[in-house]
Write a protein that binds this ligand. Structure first.
Ligand code: ATP
Ligand code: MG
Length: 520
């Protein structure tokens, strides 16, 4: 096959004209080449812009199954001119590693026609003042996606309201940072995957990453930049801050959705004690959420993603709210968080049924679901036990009266151990005083520790924290404990033979008198 002898027809791959600004591209490439492109070069370029591989071009144009000549012709011509043109435009060396990068790079460089505008298709409202001008996303745009180890969500149920809410924050309000919070197993990871799937076509890049293996910031940035800028050569001498700046620059150029799942892996939640309910001699070490040593750069990353202007979104899932987020969140700000609580009765029922537990007695199943406050992980675990140990008989399981056991207990232990001593104290107190509910009166009623009364500030701060961590919820200014926590605390108190208020007070005070000073 000879490219020179077999001159292809000028009209071939003419459909590239529809989507690409060919005139400008020919001109700019000619500038890089310092000579006009030949008709053959233009044709091969159009073939690539129509997403044909060199082998397909060889087949279509020259009816040959051998693509060697086309490849050589491309490597010695078009590829070199594209690299030269883009390097000049960007101010750094751009290298083409693969023919499939051509369309991607040229699109990012703005040569694709802008015949589709996000706002028009979705009839989105006027932009907020904090919005960065969005890069219009062409109709035929192929999103670059990297889902990492994202879980399978084909059996995902419900959460329609929450999905709609967070989609609106991201697509209509252009939030730059969204955090999904909630207790162990409540479904944060599943929610993040489902949400990203639902809105993926609104982004040029979708990257989903779990942080459960504690990747260093350096590793994570390298990983992200390899996807977002495959031709960019990593400069090892750059500081972390410079590398974060490089990422932000890219988030300005292209519209990306990046998900960091299990963000709690990089923040330390508390000290862990062998006995989760007691922390002898440690009351004076108040529980502060902070980044683990060497992971502080995550704080820098999220605050810069939240504060600087760009057209992308970082979605985080975490059991604990990342430090520093509090001050930068708000109704009218592009930084928001959502607390996921349990699934409603119908969706919980779907989980139980999907796990193969059939029942005709909906009273029993409602009681069962209520015991676990609609936590999907716990429902899955308990369903397995009911099938395995009770031959699928929910009534027998309910009669057995042990709801917190095995992995459910381990999960709750792990989470409860992260509470501060004062938060634990308030939880015990609320469980033992089920009649007292109004936030307004709690101040006067809550059990004084020793001779000291707990200050109203401490009560309010800790109630808010317990609410944010999904231990309690507030309805009409009344406090309610999630059933699963009530069960857990009652079980513990029974195990310890502690049932009176005095017992609890003694339990805490016997450990360390300094609790009293913390409570003031
Ligand atoms: N809406 C849902 N529909 C069906 N299954 C769900 C739903 N939400 C969660 N699950 C399932 O429940 C289990 C726990 O969910 P997931 O791992 O998302 O919880 P999590 O909040 O991320 O937990 P962790 O705090 O440990 O990271 C998983 O098996 C998941 O597939
Ligand atoms: Mg998770």
């Amino acid at each position: 096959m000879s490219v020179a002898v077999s001159q292809p027809q000028e009209e071939e791959f003419v459909e590239a004209q529809k989507n690409w600004d060919l005139e400008q591209l020919y001109l700019d490439l000619a500038h890089a080449k310092q000579k006009a492109l030949t008709p053959v070069e233009k044709k091969l370029l159009r073939g690539l812009l129509c997403s044909y591989s060199p082998a397909e071009i060889a087949q279509k144009v020259y009816h040959s199954s051998k693509s060697g000549t086309v490849r050589v012709y491309l490597s010695n011509g078009i590829y070199k001119y594209i690299e030269e043109m883009l390097s000049q435009q960007k101010g750094y060396s751009v290298k083409l590693k693969n023919w499939s990068h051509v369309t991607h790079l040229l699109e990012n460089a703005g040569y694709k026609r802008k015949n589709f505008v996000l706002e028009e298709k979705f009839n989105l409202p006027v932009k907020n003042s904090y919005q960065y001008t969005k890069h219009p996303i062409p109709a035929e745009f192929n999103t670059v996606q990297d889902w990492g180890e994202a879980i399978d969500v084909s059996n995902f149920c419900g959460r329609k309201v929450e999905l709609a809410q967070v989609s609106e924050w991201i697509l209509q309000q252009d939030c730059r940072l969204v955090t999904i919070l909630g207790m162990n197993g409540i479904g944060k990871t599943a929610f993040s995957v489902k949400l990203a799937q639902e809105i993926q076509d609104q982004f040029e890049y979708v990257i989903w990453r779990s942080l459960h293996l504690f990747p260093s910031m350096n590793m994570l940035l390298t990983d992200l930049m390899q996807i977002l800028s495959p031709t960019l050569e990593i400069d090892e001498s750059m500081t972390l801050n410079q590398r974060i700046s490089q990422l932000l620059e890219r988030l300005r150029e292209v519209r990306c959705l990046i998900v960091f799942d299990d963000f709690h892996s990089v923040i330390s939640q508390s000290l862990s004690y062998p006995n989760y309910f007691l922390a002898p001699n440690n009351f004076n070490q108040s529980t502060r959420i902070n980044y683990y040593q060497n992971y502080e750069a995550y704080s820098e990353l999220i605050s810069r993603v939240a504060n600087s202007q760009h057209q992308s979104c970082l979605l985080i899932t975490s059991r604990e709210k990342p430090p520093k987020l509090v001050g930068i969140e708000g109704e009218k700000l592009p930084v928001k968080s959502l607390n996921l609580t349990g699934l409603d009765m119908n969706d919980s029922l779907s989980i139980v049924e999907n796990q193969g537990l059939a029942t005709s007695d909906y009273t029993d199943i409602n009681i069962l679901i209520n015991h676990y406050s609609g936590n999907p992980l716990f429902l899955k675990l308990v369903t397995a036990t009911i099938k395995n140990m009770f031959c699928g008989n929910i009534y027998q399981f309910l009669e057995y009266r042990t709801f917190i056991f095995g992995d459910i207990r381990k999960n709750l232990d792990q989470q409860f151990s992260c509470l501060s001593e004062i938060e634990k104290y308030i939880m015990y107190w609320l469980v033992l005083n089920p009649d007292v509910k109004a936030v307004f009166t709690l101040n006067d009623q809550i059990l004084p520790v020793s001779s000291s009364k707990i200050s109203s500030r401490i009560i309010l701060e800790n109630l808010e924290s317990l609410q944010q961590k999904s231990y309690i919820y507030i309805q009409s200014a009344n406090i309610f404990i999630f059933q699963v926590w009530k069960e857990y605390i009652i079980q513990y108190l029974q195990e310890q033979n502690l049932s009176s208020k005095k017992d609890i007070e003694n339990l805490l005070l016997s450990s360390d008198q300094s609790l009293v000073s913390q409570l003031k």
